[in-house]
Design a protein. Structure first.
Length: 216
């Protein structure tokens, strides 16, 4: 069903709003709890699924670091087929303590954590239309001081400047959309990274930001 992912999220949000934020940062992807479409059809660990960065792949996170504002190219396995995207992390919004409390069910459980929202622009480069609910944003993660944050599944998808994937139908070649992902990170983190890749790719695209969300 086209909108099953968001429908499930809206039903589950009151119960599981902070479940993933309570997991240890830096754990495996599945350990961070449910995500918006974490059951991606991706996972092929083939050479053509690795993002193209112009850097020599080393298999280590951060090997494909991008210049601020510069896009990288990679492939993602959508339900309608493997699609090539230009990807750029535009910015990271670091939420205030009050903003973070409004996003979680139990503010006390978020003590010491803050919401970090990555704004990522995706451009469909083909070979065809992305039909159904695009999952390319599932490949975006936020790291704080080298540790992966916890994906906040209940975070609003329609924040200012962001688009809700449920509203993107028949994504045309050449068309761009900004999709946001919110992670819970330790308050006071000094170095942030937005990483994106297809599931199983050895070298992600990486954009570096300082603790205030400014591009380095």
């Amino acid at each position: 069903m086209l909108h099953s992912r968001t429908a499930w999220l809206r039903a589950a949000a009151p119960v599981a709003a902070l479940a993933l934020a309570l997991t240890a940062c830096g754990g495996k992807k599945d350990a961070a709890g449910p995500s918006t479409g974490s059951g991606s059809a991706g996972g092929a660990n083939s050479a053509d699924s690795a993002p193209q960065t112009g850097a020599e792949p080393t298999g280590t996170p951060g090997a494909g670091a991008q210049q601020p504002g510069r896009s990288g190219t990679g492939q993602y396995k959508e339900e309608s087929g493997k699609t090539t995207y230009d990807v750029v992390a535009q910015k990271v919004h670091i939420g205030t303590e009050d903003e973070t409390k409004k996003m979680v069910q139990d503010p006390a459980s978020a003590k010491g954590l803050i919401a970090a929202t990555a704004y990522v622009k995706f451009t469909n480069k083909g070979p065809g239309v992305v039909k159904g609910l695009a999952k390319v944003d599932d490949g975006a993660e936020v790291y704080a001081d080298g540790q992966r944050g916890g994906l906040l599944i209940a975070a609003p998808a329609d924040l200012p400047g962001c688009e809700d994937p449920i509203d993107i139908d028949n994504w045309q070649v050449g068309e761009s959309h900004v999709i946001c992902r919110t992670y819970m990170i330790p308050e006071g983190a000094k170095a942030l990274e937005v990483r994106w890749s297809d599931e199983g790719a050895s070298t992600p695209l990486v954009w570096k930001f300082d603790g205030a969300g400014r591009a380095e």
